[in-house]
Design a protein around this ligand. Structure first.
Ligand code: 2IP
Ligand code: CA
Length: 374
């Protein structure tokens, strides 16, 4: 497992490099921000470049993990499908090939022969990232017991919009490039419990001298009695005695906002973009909880940050199921089974909504405040 963690950190760094290159290199940036429609649309080009960037990142992760752990490769799932169709109805499957040249040639076919863009992307895919060091624990799990969820870029809209805000360390900042995250979560195939997570924040800090973005890595392992996390949280006194601070999506329901405002006080309710970023705020302690009443997140959004929260003694509960549960016991999200009634991506939606929490006494207070209000 320590070896798998090192690999996921390295491959997340490669993914973050691809994400940064797409914004930093002019030929790719042009493609990223232009939304061609109607007459302007080139029929030989893939429908939308941002989806291609996402797919490329996902396939880099799948390729590198599959090369070292072939037992996992059929259990790596992600947000995107790697099959593309252009406006002429031609279908291309985007994969990472053995050499940079072969990958560039394949990418050129979906970029309508744009060799410069294809070469830049292929270079980022095949370049070895800087060494990443992590002293992860060794837990006795075999690769054949594990599955992986990938969100190549969470908060895509923030990634495309690209507003550069400089959040203060430890403070939650509602929107901007820093909300975009690469999420890689590992779960147990038998129980669906998340056991390892890597979060890569490609746009954590902009170096004032070079103007280049630097990323930040977060990881966690939680398996049996072994819990380890790269984040250490400051203790701020007995949590059960203070009102929790809660982060929400700006589109959250009025009834939820009102109920939580009564519990926390309006000044302790905040709003931020990105499902992954909101859970990261709870991991880092800039919010005590993230509440979402809709089924608008997916397994790939929550698996990785859920593993970090578990390693810190918290978790991510299914909101609907936990409200139904008569006992004090809450129902944690799991990652191994599709929703029987969902179709397409909705098969993997966290359809009951969720509460990500750092401390279970605050989870109880939040559930109490929401009971009968939804
Ligand atoms: C999205 C993204 C959105 C989030 C939504 C996710 O993933 O994180 O920001 O909505 O739930 O599925 P909100 O910001 O309102 O919480 P993606 O960007 O990968 O589609
Ligand atoms: Ca997402």
């Amino acid at each position: 497992m320590a070896e798998l963690l090192r690999l996921l950190l390295r491959v997340s760094e490669k993914a973050a490099n691809v994400a940064r290159v797409c914004r930093q290199e002019a030929p790719l940036f042009q493609l990223l921000v232009q939304e061609k429609t109607g007459e302007d649309k080139n029929k030989k080009f893939v429908q939308d470049f941002k989806t291609l960037a996402d797919v490329v990142i996902q396939e880099v992760i799948r390729h590198d993990v599959g090369a070292q752990f072939p037992e996992i490769v059929d259990f790596i799932q992600g947000e995107e499908s790697n099959k593309f169709e252009n406006g002429l109805g031609e279908s291309v499957t985007v994969t990472v090939r053995d050499t940079e040249e072969e990958t560039a040639a394949l990418l050129a076919t979906v970029l309508d022969g744009d060799l410069a863009a294809a070469a830049l992307l292929a270079r980022a895919i095949h370049r070895d990232p800087a060494a990443v060091d992590a002293d992860g624990p060794n837990v006795p799990l075999r690769a054949s017991e594990l599955g992986i969820w990938i969100d190549p870029i969470d908060a895509t809209s923030q990634y495309i919009e690209g507003r550069e805000e400089a959040p203060e360390e430890g403070r939650l900042s509602p929107s901007g490039l820093h909300c975009a995250l690469v999420l890689i979560g590992v779960y147990l195939r038998s129980t669906g419990q998340p056991v390892m997570g890597v979060i890569n924040q490609p746009f954590n800090r902009k170096d004032p001298a070079s103007g280049r973005w630097q990323g930040k890595l977060f990881w966690g392992v939680s398996c049996g009695d072994v819990n380890a996390c790269s984040v250490t949280r400051a203790k701020s006194g007995p949590v059960e005695r203070r009102a929790p601070s809660v982060v929400l999506s700006s589109s959250e329901k009025r009834a939820v906002k009102d109920a939580l405002s009564s519990l926390c006080g309006p000044e302790k309710l905040t709003y931020a973009s990105g499902a992954g970023y909101k859970i990261l705020c709870v991991i880092q302690g800039s919010a005590d909880a993230y509440v979402l009443s809709e089924g608008s997140t997916f397994k790939w959004d929550s698996c990785a940050p859920h593993a970090l929260l578990r390693a810190l003694g918290g978790g991510v509960a299914d909101l609907t199921e936990s409200l139904k549960s008569a006992s004090e016991a809450t129902v944690e999200l799991t990652y191994h089974r599709p929703n029987a009634r969902g179709k397409g991506a909705d098969r993997w939606a966290n359809c009951g909504g969720l509460v990500a929490y750092g401390d279970s006494s605050q989870l109880s207070a939040i559930l109490e405040a929401l009971r009968g209000k939804l």
